[in-house]
Design a binder for this molecule. Sequence first.
Ligand code: HEM
Length: 432
Amino acid sequence: MSIDAFGPGMISSIGEAHSKQRKLINPVFSSKNLQRVTPVLYEVIHRLTRGIRTLVKDGTAEVDVGRYMGRTALELISRAVIGRSLDPLTETKSHPYAEGLKTIFPAIYSLSNYFQFYGVLRPFIPSPLRRPLMNMLPSRRVKGLLQSIDTIYANAVTIYVEKKRDVESTDQVSEIEEAPGRARDLISILLYANARASEGDTLSEEELIASLSTLIFAATDTTSNALSRVFDCIVKRPDVQTKLREEIMAAKQVHSGGDLSYDELLALPYLDAVLRETLLTRPAPFDFANSTLPLSKPVRGTDGTFMHSIFVPKGTLVFVPVHAANTNPALWGRDARQWRPERWLAPLPDALTEAKIPGVYSHLMTFWGGGRACIGFKFAELEMKIVLAELLSAFTFEDAGKPVAWNIGEVVYPTVGQDSPVPAFPMKVTAL
Ligand code: HEM
């Protein structure tokens, strides 16, 4: 995700500038703040449930669950982070900011051959000249990309200015965090913290504006395709779907069928096991590193000596096949490649726990590890659990018999057939 089209956000920054952003943004995703946004997330999912119910009515209908997950993930993150609705989930048209965010990656992808040359030339082009030169290129694709960048930037600036004004008129953090219906979004919490950070720790306006789009972008396709994958797995295993629904319904009975609290939701063992098991298949298939790579087992070099780590010279791009760590039978046992949520309900193999996998989430490298690990993994876990708890309480999901293919791109995504460029996953949905 080496993308700097949003400006100096977390994904595109390195070194001290990156650490500074993490230091300030990490606490925004604390459990306390996630509890605060939980009602907002529920509100979005109730809207989604109503939307799907109008399609299904009291019977069965084919619903493109994959497409709904894309729209839902975008709406969840935008409501939580910027406090704005970018997709009503009922109409087909979404907000221009959402359209810009949706079109930017395909636009970059369509120019990937040119970017290889641009990467070499870029250091020699002074930064003030880069945009005027891009404007002069007579390419429709470049113009499309620039249009997406401009739309995203203009919308991020508008939202930033409004939020900043709101936060500046606030003296107490409790007004930001607690006030019902007011600035109860994560970006306001970040702006409040930034305004009170010590000199040297504060983020610039450009960094804050870039953070809006970076967070929304990083959260959307990853989460939506991981959710589609969960639905794929539970459709193939109706026994798991039934058991999961029973666990959710039993927990909801305490609230007469109403919403589970943040703690109750995160404490459901089978829901947790299903999610972890699905996340073993990583939505983002590769990662990169440029430092010294430690090896889990020594390997013999061509000169006969054993190496325990490999030095990677600065600037080398290394593909790290994370999936191999997530499905290594030597660590996970002989059933490593089977989808078996039950593995999480028993003690995990000693080989796995002793391997000290450096991932931030449950021995998995799915959210990466170390100083560039996913900053939103707890948010992702929460939102996915809410989606599953609510949709499985309202509907059953079955295979619609369509030839769904899983494609490897920046994230792994489903399409109907191999050739379609549009993520989709139709399923037979029946109202309960
Ligand atoms: C299932 C969902 C998700 C998966 C599998 C995922 C995975 C990842 C991975 C593997 C990285 C490291 C990327 C790299 O360095 O190349 C990453 C970084 C990042 N993720 Fe996620 N992510 C998910 C959801 C989210 C959500 C919901 C958010 C925001 C709320 C988010 C925000 C970020 C950000 C900002 C970074 C950059 C961190 C940095 O450079 O320090 N992600 N994610």
